[in-house]
Design a protein around this ligand. Sequence first.
Ligand code: NAD
Length: 391
Amino acid sequence: MASARIDLDGNPIKPLTICMIGAGGFIGSHLCEKLLAETPHTLLAVDVYNDKIKHLLEPSGSSSSSPWADRIQFHRLNIKNDSRLEGLIKMADLTVNLAAICTPADYNTRPLDTIYSNFIDALPVVKYCSENGKRLIHFSTCEVYGKTIGCFLPKDSPLRQDPDYFVLKEDASPCIFGPIEKQRWSYACAKQLIERLIYAEGSENGLEFTIVRPFNWIGPRMDFIPGIDGPSEGVPRVLACFSNNLLRHEPLKLVDGGESQRTFVYIKDAIEAVLLMIENPARANGHIFNVGNPNNEVTVRQLAEMMTQVYAKVSGETPLDSPTIDVSSKEFYGEGYDDSDKRIPDMTIINRQLGWNPKTSLWDLLESTLTYQHRTYAEAIKKSTSKPLAS
Ligand code: NAD
């Protein structure tokens, strides 16, 4: 990519070396693709897995190497215990930290792993960036907001309709978690503490940082389909859970009636926001950014209904007569589960600093994602469910 890139203030962007930790995950794979295809930046991609970026590391179907072969290096390492981490951070201009345990099914069933992964394991990353004067973009979560103020109002209170009681603002909203025995909040609490530590490193030691709070980014390559490219008993995030049910012609399981409200943003829109942060440090440093799509709000029940309709369209298959089934959170997630009622991101800060807005409607993003899911998994599911011949 030879042509010079220009930042939002008209200045040329110099090619960067980026240490991307968690590059082999859902968000990392899309960010790697974007950076390699559209920018001159070089990637030190760190993860314990690389299945989702294999196509970038070993392009298939051609004997010649890809145009970006010399701009991506994969380093298979676990940041928990690998002394190579500091060297990689030192080699880079910027570190993007995506590594985390971040599936709700783990928060209450593996709370220690969740806290270690989201807080303790991120500590050396922050420390090495701070000590070596390197910029850090750290991935937090919209879960740090916890519950809305509005959910504590009486059910019939008109204030529940007032955005002041539910829209989540980076610099104003409180973080409201449930009691300690509701271990679901272990993730949000660990993420909040690492945000506070990063913020303090910024104010006391001059760390240049940006914190990203994703609001349900979804799209192709999110998580896994149980029994196909992940454990049969595994419980991925909602998009993959529902996709798995649709692919297998099973009813979609709605936890506690599917009443929680969420906003969903297309991964490709969200990655545009991250690219703006990477290439506009003067506008992004010192900020916490909500990244979501406030226009794509639905209840989880509505999401299930829409996914059922979209899947019927892309697969040509007739939906079940009863496409959903209710399950209790205790049955589905186990003891210690709890939930946020509603999550609408305020977009003022990201609009002002980076001029970013999401574009893709929920229907369109589900159509492209479920087309991918169908194309990628339908055959494999058919094979796995057809009975083996008796020998
Ligand atoms: P993901 O699970 O697909 O990716 C995380 C990657 O980090 C995985 O590839 C994993 O192997 C790697 N990793 C974890 N621990 C590691 C370690 N010790 N050493 C090396 N690699 C390690 O998740 P994602 O959806 O891509 O999320 C990335 C980040 O964004 C996470 O911090 C998550 O909390 C945050 N986030 C994402 C969403 C979303 O909507 N996808 C929402 C809120 C927050």
